[in-house]
Design a protein around this ligand. Structure first.
Ligand code: GLY
Ligand code: MN
Ligand code: MN
Length: 440
C-alpha cells in the first residue's frame, strides 16, 4: 500500500517554517468529530491541511510550529494529542499517545491535548506573528484571541505577537502544487474510481434502483480500502439535471441515461469522475447527439490545461463548443458570440468547467491573483467537467430533448508534457461505452 513517509511530512513542515519567518508561531488544529445522531458519529476524517503537515489522522490534535530569533535555532514542532488510555482504547481504538507523537510522528515536543490552553501561552512569548486559519473553526478563533490576552496578562514585560496572519494563504498555496508522490496517490484513487465506474457500466440494467448502482461503486471503493471523496450522485433520466442529486432512490428506466458523479479518496487524496451512459446499453439518437457535443467540449477543454494558459481557458473552450452544438441541434437560436456574451447558454450549462483537486475534492488554492485568473503551472491538478442539462419542464425546447442531463468529468494534471489525464481508465466515447456494456 503506497503511503507518504514521515520524512515527507517533515519536508512540508520545513517549508512552512521557512515561510512563516523568524519569531513566529503557526497553530493548526485538526477537524472535530461530528455527531450523526445520538451517540453515533460520522466516520472520522482528519482535516486535510492538518494531515498534510503531520500525517496524523487521530481526532483532537493540534500542531504547532515555532521559529525563534535566528535560523540556526531551526524550528520546534509540537504535537498536542490524546494521551494513551487503556479504557478509552478498549472502547474506541488505538491512540498514538505522546510517545507515538515523538517517536512515530517525529514531533520535537508532545503534550496532552487537555493541556493546550496552558502550554500554548508560554509559546506565544517573544514571537512577532501568529499564523492560524482565521475563520476556519469559529471556536478556535475565540481561543486564539483568548490565548493572546492571557499571554499579555501572564507575561507583562514580554513581547507578545501583535499580528495574527491567515495561515491558509501559505498552506493552500503549498497544497496547490502536487509533487510526483502526491500524483501517484491521486493516480491510485483515480484508477480505483475508474474501476468503480466500469463496474457500474457493466452491472446497470433497467429496473435497478439508483442506490443499488451506488452500492456497486461502494463495493469497489471499500474493497480497495477507500471511502467516497464526496457524496455519490447516481441520477437516472431527469434526475441528472439536478446538479447535486444525492437521494439516489429512484428506479433506473429503460431508455434513460444515468449520470454517475462518484469517486474515492486514497490516503487522503481525492479523485472526481463523472460518466453518463444508457441504462439499457444503447444511446438513443437524441442522447447520442447531445453526448457528442459534451464529449467534444470536454476533449477541447482538457487540451487547454497547459502551462501558461489561463485557469479559465478550458471553460472558454468548452462553452464555445457547447453553444455551437446547441445551435446545430436547434436547441438554441441566435448567434454563438451573442449567446456566449450574454451567457444565455446558462439555461443548459450553469456551472463552471472545473475546480482544483487534491486532498479535498474542491481543493484549496486561489483561482485568481490580484483579481485576475491565474495561469496553470506544473503540478496543479484540475477537473474538467462540462455538461448539458435540458430541464424536463423546459417548454422552450422540443420535447425530444427534455429531461436529458449529461456531464463528463476527468481529472487532469498540468505537466511540462501537456495535460495528463489521471482518469483515462474508464471509457467515455459512445462506441467504447456501448461496446463495454454489450459485453456485460
Ligand atoms: N463531485 C463534485 C464536483 O464534481 O464538483
Ligand atoms: Mn468536480
Ligand atoms: Mn464530480
Amino acid at each position: 500500500m503506497k503511503k507518504l513517509t514521515q520524512a515527507y511530512f517533515a519536508e512540508r513542515r520545513d517549508h512552512l517554517a521557512a515561510e512563516i519567518g523568524l519569531r513566529s508561531i503557526a497553530i493548526i488544529a485538526t477537524s472535530p468529530e461530528v455527531m450523526r445522531n445520538n451517540d453515533a458519529d460520522y466516520k472520522y476524517r482528519a482535516d486535510s491541511s492538518f494531515f498534510y503537515l503531520t500525517g496524523f489522522a487521530e481526532p483532537e490534535a493540534v500542531a504547532v510550529i515555532e521559529t525563534f530569533d535566528s535560523e540556526e535555532e531551526g524550528y520546534c514542532y509540537t504535537l498536542f494529542c490524546r494521551e494513551r488510555d487503556r479504557g478509552m482504547e478498549i472502547w474506541n481504538g488505538y491512540r498514538a499517545g505522546l510517545d507515538g507523537a515523538l517517536n512515530d510522528y517525529e514531533a520535537d515536543e508532545a503534550y496532552a491535548i487537555d493541556t493546550l490552553d496552558e502550554e500554548i501561552i508560554a509559546k506565544l512569548v517573544n514571537k512577532d506573528k501568529v499564523f492560524y486559519r482565521i475563520g476556519h473553526q469559529e471556536e478556535f478563533d475565540t481561543r486564539v484571541t483568548q490565548w493572546l490576552k492571557q499571554a499579555e496578562k501572564n507575561y507583562r514585560n514580554a513581547h507578545i505577537p501583535a499580528q495574527i496572519i491567515q495561515l491558509n494563504r501559505i498552506v493552500n498555496e503549498m497544497r496547490l502544487y502536487k509533487s510526483s508522490e502526491e500524483i501517484e496517490l491521486m493516480q491510485i484513487a483515480s484508477d480505483i474510481s475508474a474501476q468503480a465506474h466500469t463496474r457500474a457500466m457493466q452491472t446497470v440494467e433497467p429496473g435497478m434502483m439508483e442506490y443499488a448502482l451506488e452500492a456497486e461503486l461502494n463495493y469497489i471503493f471499500g474493497k480497495n480500502g477507500c471511502v467516497p471523496s464526496y457524496n455519490s450522485i447516481v441520477g437516472g433520466g431527469e434526475n441528472a439535471c439536478i446538479l447535486h442529486y444525492v437521494e439516489n432512490n429512484k428506479e433506473l428506466k429503460d431508455g434513460d441515461l444515468v449520470l454517475i458523479d462518484a469517486a474515492c479518496e486514497y490516503e487522503f487524496y481525492a479523485s472526481d469522475i463523472t460518466r453518463t451512459f444508457p441504462v439499457n446499453g444503447k444511446f438513443s439518437e437524441e442522447q447520442k447527439a447531445l453526448y457528442n457535443v459534451v464529449l467534444k467540449a470536454q476533449i477541447a477543454a482538457i487540451d487547454q490545461v497547459r502551462i501558461g494558459h489561463s485557469y479559465q481557458a478550458p471553460h472558454h473552450a468548452a462553452v464555445k463548443i457547447l453553444v455551437e452544438g446547441l445551435l446545430d441541434l436547434g436547441i438554441m437560436k441566435g448567434k454563438a458570440e451573442d449567446i456566449i456574451k450574454d451567457e444565455s447558454y446558462r439555461q443548459f450549462y450553469m456551472h463552471g468547467t472545473g475546480h482544483w483537486l487534491g486532498m479535498d475534492v474542491h481543493d484549496v488554492g486561489a483561482y485568481t491573483i490580484d483579481g485576475k485568473w491565474r495561469n496553470y503551472e506544473d503540478g496543479m491538478v484540475v477537473t474538467v467537467e462540462p455538461g448539458l442539462y435540458i430541464a424536463p419542464d423546459d417548454e422552450s425546447v422540443d420535447l425530444k430533448w427534455r429531461g436529458i442531463g449529461i456531464r463528463i468529468e476527468d481529472d487532469v494534471v498540468v505537466t511540462k508534457k501537456g495535460p495528463l489525464i489521471l482518469t483515462k481508465n474508464v471509457v467515455k466515447t459512445i462506441e467504447d461505452i456501448e461496446k463495454l456494456m454489450a459485453q456485460s
